[in-house]
Design a protein around this ligand. Structure first.
Ligand code: ADP
Ligand code: ASP
Ligand code: MG
Length: 411
């Protein structure tokens, strides 16, 4: 009997009515077709944001442990409700928290990583003929502390379960019909892709396309789990994220085309002025950031003038305060006179396999932004991506201009 792992996002389980009439019905239909089913669910609607706001009414600085315990309840509510609805419809189901589902994590509250997954309980429930509903986004440490896996990480729960259970694929049901060439809410003429490679999707997700959690895509690539992304609310065919797209689903000669555009406003910039230009300084600065779980993205070091240089890098906005707490004393230690921070920048990225091996992509990107009167503050690239940091307010214009410049609307 084929085993399928599905995931339903926050909008899909947003109301009691949707849980019954959309999610439970979809699951029941698959069960009727003879599949064994594990369904991962997100918290209802904006529940996670609301729980965070509640915590902040208690304290400006909630303890990460207590916050995780609080946030984990959002997904548990949805899982129990979906299971209740299915049982009521005559489909035997059981809801499990992340801990009950055997999802073990490390101890990093708020961004825990899955350390191991023991699907014993899930298997025995499936063997007993049950549909298993799992609360996404959470796990448990060896010390039995509840953790969460990071915002948007119910996707990661689903792909991890699909890998551990050796399911044929993970199906992600959301509020859009698949992966588009840009966020369809920003670019109405964006085109839905039939398929996309893990590499390209990982790059889009890591640079802001929140339709998939980046770590879910990474797990899919490592364990070779194809991920199908489609709408909870329609029967339209979705997008398959997989590894066999030698041509990225495009014609032989179009391999180098730009596949999609992503934007990310979760950017904070830190500049350290007057850094002495000598070996070891970069390590002194960046090692403690890494040790504290802060990932640094773009790093730019200016050419030094009189053995002094400026060092600029970006972190996510939620990490800014902690990053400054680490950087300021170090700056003092190395006698750099000034540390500046701002949060008005955002990233826009173009992504496409083989892109940087083709000529002219960077030039075309810069020209399109220039013609839209958008100033580029920083630039970073990878094999398959070019990212420009621009003013946050200009993001919608930038994404639309790039979508047009690379002719990504319907072909
Ligand atoms: P869920 O609650 O189902 O996990 P999310 O809100 O996390 O849903 O992700 C879906 C949203 O991702 C869409 O509503 C869309 O606005 C956004 N999105 C951003 N980039 C893209 C893209 N390239 N293709 C499709 N959706 C995108
Ligand atoms: N509910 C969590 C969030 O809002 C996880 C998820 O939806 O994937 O981030
Ligand atoms: Mg999501």
């Amino acid at each position: 009997m084929p085993l399928i792992v599905q995931k339903y996002g926050g909008t899909s389980v947003g109301t009691a009515e949707r849980i019954r009439n959309v999610v439970a019905r979809r699951i029941a239909r698959r069960a009727d077709a003879g599949d064994q089913l594990v369904a991962v669910v997100s918290a209802m609607g904006d529940t996670t944001d609301e729980l965070i706001a509640l915590a902040r009414q208690m304290t400006g600085d909630p303890e990460p442990r207590e916050l995780d315990l609080l946030l984990s309840t959002g997904e548990i509510v949805s899982a129990a409700l979906v299971s209740l609805a299915l049982n009521d419809m005559g489909y035997p189901a059981v809801a499990l928290s992340g801990a009950q589902a055997g999802i073990r994590t490390d101890t990093r509250h708020g961004k825990a990583r899955i350390a191991g997954l023991d699907p014993k309980r899930i298997r025995s429930e499936l063997d007993a003929g049950k549909i298993v509903i799992v609360a996404g986004f959470q796990g448990i440490t060896e010390e039995m502390e509840v953790t969460t896996l990071g915002r948007g990480a119910s996707d990661t729960t689903a792909v991890a379960l699909a890998a551990a259970l050796k399911a044929g694929r993970a199906e992600i049901y959301t509020d859009v019909e698949g992966i588009y060439t840009a966020d369809p809410r920003l670019v109405p003429e964006a085109r839905k892709l039939n398929e996309i490679s893990y590499e390209e999707m990982l790059e889009l997700a890591s640079y802001g396309a929140k339709v998939m959690h980046p770590r879910a895509v990474e797990l899919g690539a490592v364990y070779r789990v194809p991920i199908y992304v489609a709408s909870s609310f329609s029967e339209a065919p979705g997008t398959l994220i997989h590894g066999d797209t030698a041509t990225g689903g495009r014609g032989m000669e179009q391999r180098n085309k730009v596949m999609g555009i992503a934007q990310d406003t979760d950017v904070a910039r830190i500049t350290i002025r007057g850094v002495p230009d000598r070996p070891g300084i970069a390590a002194t600065l960046f090692e403690p950031l890494g040790e504290n779980g802060i990932s640094v993205d773009t790093i730019v070091q200016n050419a030094s003038v009189e053995r002094l240089t400026d060092l600029t890098f970006t972190v996510s906005r939620s990490d800014l305060e902690r990053a400054l707490e680490i950087v300021r004393p170090i700056a003092q230690q190395i006698e750099a006179p000034q540390v500046l921070a701002d949060t008005h920048l955002a990233k826009v990225s173009i992504v496409g396999a083989g892109m940087t091996s083709g000529p002219g992509y960077a030039g075309r990107m810069f020209r399109a932004l220039f013609e839209a009167r958008i100033n580029i503050e920083l630039i970073t690239t990878s094999e398959i991506r070019i990212t420009c940091l621009i003013d946050e307010k200009q993001v919608p214009d930038a994404v639309r201009a790039l979508h047009k410049a690379f002719a990504l609307a319907a072909e």
